[in-house]
Design a protein around this ligand. Structure first.
Ligand code: URA
Length: 205
């Protein structure tokens, strides 16, 4: 499912939106990131998947979820029967936020102002794609879409209705799963990501 022959959505309005994004200066994150990372996928995707922000790999490649978190995501999507190239995959924030430590770039969580500034683009992606279902992975995506990133454990597994009627599901962020030290907890969270992806797929069909 993760094999992508051509960059999905590389033409038409999805590409036009990605081009508009290139010059974004709505917040300061554009000053240090290598490049903006637009959402990718077909304009007619029934399922939109929203992460937090590009990581180190995504910042260098210009594509969402292509690093270690992307590998967790791709594995879970394959197990859930979600074809990645049929979904619109994006992030709440489109530039990588990091702290430079020598040659290392340490991920920093985007703040509320950055999430709010970038919601402009997420809203445009939503208007363009009009997905039937949105799967928000992690607190930042949940905050961007609903105003609250709290209580993922309690909220996951059932759909919430966004104000425009779109069904939204919350799930764990793949990077959170990667950070879990306890192997049993990690396996449980990964299984929940798979089941949330499968539920999102079936609601979107
Ligand atoms: N984490 C995210 O939230 N998005 C990406 O694209 C990569 C890592």
């Amino acid at each position: 499912a993760a094999r992508v022959l051509a960059k999905p959505g590389a033409d038409g309005p999805v590409a036009a939106l990605a081009a508009d994004l290139q010059g974004c200066t709505r917040c300061d994150l554009c000053r240090h990131a290598t490049q903006v990372v637009p959402g990718e996928g077909p304009k007619e995707a029934a399922l939109m998947i929203v992460g937090e922000q590009p990581g180190d790999h995504e910042d260098l490649k210009g594509r969402p979820f292509v690093g270690p978190a992307g590998q967790v995501f791709d594995r879970a999507a394959a197990l859930a029967g979600v074809e990645r190239s049929a979904a619109f995959v994006t992030n709440a924030v489109k530039h990588f936020k990091f702290l430079a430590r020598g040659r290392r770039r340490i991920h920093q969580r985007p703040d509320a102002g950055e999430v709010e500034a970038c919601r402009w683009w997420l809203d445009l992606e939503r208007e363009l794609v009009k997905p039937r279902v949105i799967l928000a992975m992690g607190a930042t995506a949940a905050e961007a879409l609903t105003g609250s990133g709290k209580h993922i454990a309690r909220r996951r597994g059932r759909a919430e209705l966004l104000e425009d009627g779109t069904e939204m599901l919350l799930t764990w962020h793949p990077s959170y799963i990667l950070r879990l030290q306890d192997k049993a907890a990690q396996a449980r969270a990964e299984a929940e990501l798979v089941s949330d992806l499968a539920l999102a797929r079936s609601l979107s069909e």
